[in-house]
Design a protein around this ligand. Structure first.
Ligand code: MLT
Length: 241
């Protein structure tokens, strides 16, 4: 059996150094909270999600009648219909609709990734379905961690470690880079008491300081989402199995 490679790009500015000619699926992750929010939007019936980089684009979509969610610095944009908490996607209003989302880092990471490669959204909540889907394919995998303002977000790195572990356990994936071993090793430290580990993250502290901590625990629930969002022609859609 051909061994596939799982690699981890721990921070956005490193992304260009991971470019390769090999066929790759890029998994964009922003555990707290954009990628969790996107999966949740699909769990609650959203038809599409359009991730946009700028506030201006989001406002433009709103003027055309779209449901717009977004934050900067974790705080809901005042004109938006919702902020960036997954709990704000648990509403009937988005059923069958397109949600436009702009966030500080997550939607920037998606914009950076979507190109010639197949791009999907990963989060702890869809880890199980994502792993099963990746195992059925043949490409290598690159996890792109959104982090915070060009720096590392530990929550994204441990997600990458959890995904690497679950893929490598199946035997068809090889970990062969320092970034992947770093993510894997950090996941070993975190996994036995993930709720305790969460308190270390600077974004956890940031969300608590602005009163946005209600969904943090949910963002680390493994496998509760049945949605695998993938990039298709300018929008994210739910993969139909
Ligand atoms: C981001 O994109 O930076 C995050 O999702 C921020 C947040 O927690 O809202």
């Amino acid at each position: 059996m051909k061994q596939r490679i799982i690699e981890v790009c721990p921070a956005l500015p490193m992304f260009e150094y991971f470019r390769t000619d090999r066929a790759q699926v890029i998994v964009v992750v922003d555990v707290l909270r954009a990628s969790t929010t996107i999966c949740t939007a699909f769990d609650y019936g959203a038809e599409k999600v359009i991730p946009v980089a700028t506030v201006e684009e989001a406002m433009d979509y709103q003027s055309k009648g779209y449901f717009v969610a977004g934050e900067r610095g974790g705080i809901k944009l005042d004109f938006a219909d919702a902020g960036n908490s997954p709990f704000e996607m648990m509403i009937d209003e988005i059923k069958g609709k397109t949600v436009v989302l702009t966030t500080t880092n997550g939607t920037q990471a998606i914009q950076m990734a979507c190109g010639e490669n197949l791009t999907v959204i990963g989060a702890f909540i869809n880890l199980t379905i994502l792993k099963d889907w990746l195992l059925q394919r043949s490409e290598d995998v690159l996890v792109l961690c959104a982090g915070w303002e060009n720096l590392i977000g530990l929550e994204d790195v441990i997600f990458a470690g959890a995904l690497a572990e679950s893929l490598a356990q199946e035997g068809s994936f090889l970990m062969n880079s320092d970034e992947t071993f770093m993510a894997y090793d950090l996941w070993q430290l975190a996994k036995y008491d993930i709720q305790a580990y969460i308190s270390k993250f600077s974004h956890t502290k940031r969300l608590i300081s602005i009163g946005q901590d209600e969904s943090i625990e949910y963002c680390f629930k493994i496998g509760v989402s049945m949605s695998l969002p993938f990039w298709n022609n300018g929008t994210l859609q739910k993969y139909i199995f």
